[in-house]
Design a protein around this ligand. Structure first.
Ligand code: CP
Ligand code: NVA
Length: 304
């Protein structure tokens, strides 16, 4: 039996494969009807160990648009919530469904699921990464501004799971990524070392102005992620306050720079209303493109 095609992280796939998936996503967005039977008879299980609006709805609707059936499983409704192992869950679900999407905590849970599943596993967010989001974000950038290769993307804020997937994307899609964050909230050194070893252009700084100056795209995310519940919230907010994306910071980027945010946004914290609701913001396109990018990811995983 051949190994299933998992979609675990962008750095685990080559640039040609990722580009083909994005091309398919664009085609799927352009002509929904042409793909309506692509996954007929296939079922996707979606495990949520954390809340979600976009990931849940975009995968569920996307699967239906391809003619397939989604099954949503929340942690508290599953035996996993009572201690059944991830490995046993993977073995059982593999007998029922054709693919598994999982949103979970530490990436070790994702990898354990993938190791024991005989069907493809898709990462729907872990504490460490969010690859489906960044596929949609690259698609959105290119929809508005053409090829992302050679362009400059600036991140300002908490260097979190979403920022980590931007690092993977910078390497695979050939753009420069500048990440501005407080030193104690910066990206894991091992992640940066891997990107450097693959000749990725990733620069980490503490000054948001330095990162954003002349950038083609400015990105941020919530200052308190789902895995930060229970940590000292006020201390995070205080140290991240200088990284807010507001009119002043956007004014340092190129005049036609895009603003992106994976959402949910905490308006008035990491981004002002003026920026997220302003003419440079493409956040609603990003949210829509989650669905098209994920349809193409599902098609790739299922070799359809
Ligand atoms: N961006 C994103 O993954 O949103 P949800 O948490 O609503 O799924
Ligand atoms: N960094 C955020 C992303 C939410 C989509 C989190 O992990 O909570």
């Amino acid at each position: 039996m051949t190994a299933p095609r998992h979609f675990l992280d962008l750095d685990r796939l080559d640039g040609v494969t990722l580009r083909r998936i994005l091309d398919r996503a664009v085609a799927m967005k352009r002509d929904r009807d042409a793909f309506r039977d692509l996954l007929r008879g296939r079922t996707l299980a979606m495990i949520f160990e954390k809340p979600s609006t976009r990931t849940r709805v975009s995968f569920e609707v996307g699967m239906r648009q391809l003619g397939g059936d989604p099954v949503v499983l929340k942690q508290d409704d599953m035996q996993i919530g009572r201690g059944e192992t991830i490995a046993d869950t993977a073995r059982v679900l593999s007998r029922y469904v054709d693919a598994i999407m999982v949103r979970t905590g530490g990436e070790d849970r994702l990898h354990e699921l993938a190791a024991h599943a005989s069907v493809p596993v898709i990462n729907g967010l872990t504490n460490e990464s969010h690859p489906c989001q960044i596929m949609a974000d690259v698609m959105t950038f290119e929809e508005h501004r053409g090829p992302i290769a050679g362009r400059v993307v600036a991140w300002s804020g908490d260097a979190n799971n979403v920022a980590a997937s931007w690092v993977h994307a910078a390497v695979r899609f050939g753009f420069e990524l500048r990440v501005a964050s407080p030193a104690h909230l910066s990206l894991p050194p091992a992640l940066l070392a891997r990107a450097a070893a693959e000749k990725g252009r990733v620069v980490c700084v503490e000054d948001p102005a330095e990162a954003v100056r002349g950038a083609d795209c400015v990105v941020t995310d919530a200052w308190v992620s789902m895995n930060h519940m229970g940590v000292e919230k006020q201390a995070r907010l205080d140290s991240l306050a200088p990284y807010q994306v507001n009119d002043h910071l956007m004014g340092l980027a190129k005049p036609d720079a895009l603003f992106m945010h994976c959402l949910p946004a905490h308006r008035g914290e990491e981004v002002t209303d003026a920026v997220i609701d302003g003419p440079q913001s493409v956040v609603w396109d990003e949210a829509e493109n989650r669905m098209h990018a994920q349809k193409a990811i599902l098609a790739w995983c299922l070799e359809a």
